[in-house]
Design a protein around this ligand. Structure first.
Ligand code: DQA
Length: 153
């Protein structure tokens, strides 16, 4: 069975207690359950990881690039948190690893502070989705299957 990698960056381990008016009351465990269910429906296995460290995200994206090239993984759903708005290193990693990737944000970043309107991820993402809450992770997995033309196997 092919895999899909779901990566969550800084502070997303605090989901459930962090600014619930913005991010809702569901936890990272709920996100992972939503991803597993969506992946299963599509005949895939979701691997969900979270880190507060930029370098760890970069290493995982490199690894995903290798697994995609080997046909074992279809791509990545990435919520890079605030690194979205600052990290040229993540931009370069996604480009360098040639990994199909959906950028996802729980909140509608474009309806928030101006500093959240810029993304270093968007130019190297296959698609960008935001503002659909935690359920949007499942929609992002479906979108990744669509844009990559990945057949379930
Ligand atoms: C976020 C939006 C970012 O601006 C913020 O820094 C986050 C979460 C979201 O999911 O809405 O940490 O990526």
């Amino acid at each position: 069975m092919k895999t899909v990698l779901v990566l969550n960056g800084p502070n997303l381990n605090l989901l459930g207690t962090r600014e619930p008016a913005v991010y809702g009351s569901e936890t990272l465990a709920d996100v992972e359950r939503i991803c597993q269910e969506a992946a299963q429906r599509l005949g895939l296995e979701a691997q969900c990881r979270q880190t507060n460290h930029e370098g760890q995200l970069i290493d995982w994206i490199h690894e995903a690039g290798r697994l995609c090239a080997q046909g074992e993984m279809i791509g990545v759903v990435l919520n890079a948190g605030a690194l979205t708005h600052t990290s040229i290193a993540l931009h370069d990693a996604i480009k360098g690893a040639s990994v199909p990737l959906i950028e996802y944000h729980i909140s509608n970043v474009h309806a928030r502070e101006a500093f959240r309107h810029t993304s270093w991820i968007s130019p190297v993402a296959r698609a960008v989705m935001a503002g659909l809450g935690v359920k949007g992770y499942g929609l992002a997995i479906t979108a990744l299957v669509q844009v990559t033309g990945a057949a379930s196997a």
